[in-house]
Design a protein around this ligand. Structure first.
Ligand code: GAP
Length: 543
């Protein structure tokens, strides 16, 4: 980024932060005590914005789909969940301390120390000598019950996803779902980030919106359908098909999630994609794409969509000693028709894969896999094949995982507009407004009597407010000149204003009795709408 562009983007971010504070969208948490780094509160308008985003996600991901159900799990769960998921042992950032300024930094943010997981992003820092990088677990720890002891340690969840895996069997047994299906959840997550930064972008407390979409392993598809539909450029991924393999599902979810962003006002131009390279991928992941948003401070991750194989459910199966699996009638029937030779071919292939994977994993630790490890992996795979032929498998997972706070920030950045305009005296002034999509705008309608000292206008405006408020979040405002009131609502992105004037009362032009002026935020265009049609007129424009 050139220095001038960098400067403009910093200035733009400062304007957005200032608007958010001034108009009650985002406040620093605990501000009266000096704030707490990495924690943010949402004011009256921010709370509405977040709620609208949350609702839009929930509606799109579950209510409008027959194949996804919801979950609302606790923040503190059994600590073994985090052992099984790998978070206790590996959910770490490498950090370094500066011996001079005593600052603590993520190793991958300091120039000169390279981290293979993340590209190096050099942060401003004193040139002091640094300690060797060491792991720092990002989970917040607490104790359950009155005794502070090792046995009572628990964690604030660092992601919502694990609750979905832990409740997979309960959902399966209590709902009419069959693989492929998904479970989604929205909720708080906590990470003790070493360097919270970029406003709310990397916080220590934030909300996630996650879907775990369970699919058949490709081997089951092959047995049932003879062939697995594989991804190739131009393949039709608009509607799910029974013979899709994991890659088709993964591509489908990338497209679905992009369509969701478009539906709430982020265009494809705002977004970018990062397909993780084999070096960046977690050992269990087959693919992972980050959907990025072009923030003023850089193009950064908004959502990750990972093909996680059967890693999580297998881990929980191993830890609880009970298969977190699915019985597939169709697979059982199709497998019964396989010849012994066909079964043997599949088994041989899978055993070879198990051996190769074990060797590769060991190689990552710069060692050779032992005979015991290889025998163990092959025995596990043999059981897996035998269970598959009986119709059982642990489903594979495609996981679209988004951050609600990051989305709110992206929506704010995309909506922020400044344009020069002339006031009624021809004087140039800067107009600032938020061009929110009506679906997510915190306030949908401003309602204004033209004058506050005319009781008939005020009474009529109040009547309009009462008529609309149960369907649309309205803001009633009778203070200041009408132009000023419009500007105030434009600044917080209210898409429509309804003005009750003398024509509404039948004065001046009797044919305009019981009509109001509807003003559109972006263009300023005004139209006259009969009161009897107003509700339907506005509701139609919220879509
Ligand atoms: N279950 C997978 C998972 O948690 P992740 O990439 O670590 O994956 C998913 O997180 C999303 O959660 C990110 O794309 C981001 O939107 C959001 N997120 C993660 N850490 C965050 C933080 N410290 N502050 C705000 N949002 C965060």
């Amino acid at each position: 980024m050139s220095q001038a562009k960098d400067h403009n983007n910093t200035a733009l971010m400062e304007k957005i932060v200032s608007l958010c504070k001034r108009r009650g969208i985002i406040f620093q948490s605990s501000e009266i005590y000096g704030g707490l780094n990495g924690f943010w509160d949402y004011g009256p308008l921010g709370a509405e914005l977040k709620r609208n985003l949350r609702d839009a996600w929930w509606r799109t991901m579950t209510r409008e789909r027959e194949d996804v159900v919801g979950l609302d799990a606790t923040i503190i769960m059994h600590p073994s969940i985090w052992k099984a998921s790998g978070h206790v042992d590996t959910f770490c950032d490498m950090m370094v301390d500066c011996k001079t300024c005593k600052g603590r930094f993520r190793a991958d943010h300091i120039g000169g120390i390279s981290c293979p997981q993340k590209p190096s992003k050099c942060v401003a820092d004193c040139a002091g000598e640094k300690t060797e990088p060491r792991p720092f677990n990002l989970m917040f720890q607490t104790y359950v019950g009155p005794i502070i002891s090792e046995e009572n340690v628990a964690y604030l969840r660092p992601e919502t996803a694990q609750a979905i895996f832990a409740q997979y069997k309960n959902v399966l047994d209590s709902s009419r779902v069959k693989v492929p299906f998904g479970i989604c959840q929205i909720g708080k997550a906590f990470r003790n980030e070493i360097t919270p930064r970029n406003y709310t972008f990397r916080s220590r407390e934030f909300e996630q919106m996650e879907l775990e979409f369970f699919i058949k392993p490709d081997e089951a598809i092959e047995i049932i359908h003879g062939v697995v539909a594989q991804w190739s450029e131009g393949a039709d991924i608009s509607e799910p098909r029974a013979n899709w393999g994991w890659e088709m599902w993964h591509r489908y979810w990338v497209e679905e999630r992009t369509r969701f962003y478009e539906s709430i006002g982020l265009t494809r131009d705002h977004l970018d994609y990062h397909w993780q390279t084999p070096d960046e991928l977690a050992h269990y992941a087959r693919a992972c794409v980050d959907i990025l948003f072009k923030f003023p401070f850089g193009t950064e991750e908004l959502e990750g969509i990972a093909a996680r194989g059967d890693f999580d459910l297998s881990q929980h199966s191993d830890f609880v000693g009970k298969y977190q699996d699915f019985f597939d009638e169709e697979l059982k029937a199709a497998a019964a028709k396989l010849t012994d030779e066909e079964k043997q071919v599949l088994m041989t292939k899978k055993l070879a894969e198990a051996e190769e994977k074990t060797r590769k994993l060991a190689a990552k630790d710069q060692r050779e896999a032992s005979e015991d490890e290889i025998t163990g992996a092959k025995a596990k795979m043999q059981t897996w094949c035998e269970r598959l032929f009986k119709g059982f498998y642990i489903p594979h997972v495609i996981e679209p995982s988004a951050g609600l706070d990051r989305l709110a920030l992206a929506i704010l950045c995309a909506a922020f507009q400044e344009e020069e305009k002339e006031d009624i005296n021809g004087k140039k002034e800067m107009r600032t407004y938020l061009r929110f999509h009506p679906r997510v705008a915190p306030t949908k309608i401003g309602i204004y009597p033209l004058l506050k000292n005319k009781p008939e206008l005020v009474a009529k405006a109040r009547e309009v407010y009462r008529m609309l408020k149960s369907d649309l979040n309205c803001f009633y405002d009778e203070t200041a000149a009408i132009g000023r009131r419009y500007a105030r609502q434009d600044e917080v992105g209210t898409p429509f204003g309804v003005t009750i004037d003398f024509e509404t009362l039948g004065e001046n032009a009797p044919e305009l009795l019981d009509t109001v002026t509807v003003r559109e935020r972006d263009s300023g265009a005004q139209s006259r709408v009969p009161l009897s049609e107003l509700r339907a007129f506005l509701l139609a424009r919220m879509q």
